[in-house]
Design a protein around this ligand. Structure first.
Ligand code: PLP
Ligand code: COI
Length: 363
């Protein structure tokens, strides 16, 4: 066991004025407003992880040969801090983010970071930026830990230098329509991940590769793209930035199995909460043709997308080249609503936390 790093905090000498922040809090979208500070840790082959700081958020200075700019050795996480009615700040299952970050690091030939350093970085940033955690219902402070290769070297091999950083962004709903059900475009032109590829890693390259498919979705009037598997173009995988669930008329639910998809922490939590509620949950392949047929016959009652940024969003309509279909009456269904309310209640402290998922942060 290595000793956890200690963070040196230097307060931002020019933080955003209180009145400006309060005004911005009145109209929160997703990912456009940033807090005053950032946490940074450096890694080199010689020294390992070192120089842990929290200081004013500012641009990085990168050598133009930095390997991240050429070969995309980069990974990230997404998590949220919540402010309870009593003012306390909490995190939801941060150790799961730390664990997944290291799984992504292994896949991308990057150094793992001790879980304690990952969580301490998040908490040190929260201590400096506590006032940036909004308290309105549906609002939270989105935290973005990430790591990138910054050795100036053009050969293709793992970098010998990395920067780990955490930034924070107060957010409201991910989708502009708020709680309205979302529409999904099933792309037949693009795939997201192949067996043996990087689908299960949270690396920036996966998202770069999803953007053209997401643009196709937008051109077809949809909020998000859903990807089918790369081999048979038949099995539903996940959305550009969310996992997907199906709710059937017999009350059971299913979600695609792990493998080429991102192992979502919201997905894992909802599987548990559904089981707690006595719902039968299976992780099994579900084909696009069956999705269409089950929606038409009424066997499928609801479908929803889930993830940290989007929380739980009902899927109203699915469009594809040559057609479209609707789930149930096109509105967010009762099972989706119940699971969403239970998850959000636990995250925001209004419902008891039976699995010990909530971590209080002392700031
Ligand atoms: N799938 C993808 C591709 C994602 O980007 C995300 C978001 O992080 C998810 C699924 C959901 O993961 P989580 O619930 O851990 O946020
Ligand atoms: C998240 O939910 O945290 C993500 O990373 C998804 C991203 C599309 C915002």
């Amino acid at each position: 066991m290595t000793t956890p790093l200690s963070f040196t905090t230097t307060q931002n000498p020019a933080p955003m004025p209180e009145a400006d922040r309060q005004a911005a809090f009145g109209n929160l979208g997703f990912g456009t407003l940033f807090s005053d500070h950032m946490a940074v840790i450096h890694w080199t082959v010689e020294k390992g992880w070192h120089d842990a700081t929290v200081s004013a958020r500012k641009p990085f200075e990168l050598d133009p040969a930095s390997s991240v700019l050429h070969y995309a050795q980069e990974i990230f996480e997404g998590m949220k801090a919540y402010r309870g009615k009593d003012g306390t700040i909490t995190l939801f299952r941060p150790e799961e983010n730390a664990r997944r970050f290291n799984e992504s690091a292994r896949r991308m030939a990057m150094p793992e970071i001790p879980e304690a350093d990952f969580i301490n970085a998040v908490e040190a940033l929260l201590a400096a930026d506590a006032k940036w955690v909004p308290e309105a219902d549906g609002a939270s402070l989105y935290l973005r830990p990430f790591m990138f290769a910054n050795e100036a070297f053009l050969g293709v091999r793992p970098s010998k230098e990395f920067i780990f950083c955490v930034i924070a962004s107060p957010v409201g709903p991910y989708f502009k329509g708020g709680a309205k059900p979302v529409s999904i475009w099933a792309t037949q032109s693009f795939t997201r991940a192949a067996i043996g590829g990087t689908g299960a890693a949270k690396c920036g390259g996966n998202y770069a590769a999803s953007l053209q498919a997401q643009a196709e979705a937008a051109q077809n009037g949809c909020d998000q793209v859903v990807f089918l598997d790369a081999k048979e173009h038949n099995w539903i995988e996940e959305l550009g930035g969310m996992n997907v669930f199906f709710v059937f008329e017999d009350g059971s639910i299913s979600t695609p199995p792990l493998g080429t998809i991102l192992p979502g922490i919201t997905r894992k939590s909802l599987i548990q909460l559904a089981k707690d509620a006595g719902i039968t949950v299976t992780e099994r392949p579900y084909s696009f043709e069956t999705w269409k047929a089950d929606a038409a016959s009424g066997k499928l009652k609801e479908a929803f997308a889930c993830g940290t940024a989007a929380v739980v969003a009902g899927i109203g309509q699915v469009k594809y080249e040559g057609g479209s279909f609707t789930m149930g009456d096109g509105q967010t269904g009762p099972v989706t609503t119940k699971l969403r309310e239970t998850l959000v209640g636990i995250q925001r402290g209004s419902i008891a936390d039976p699995h010990g998922w909530i971590r209080s942060v002392s700031v």
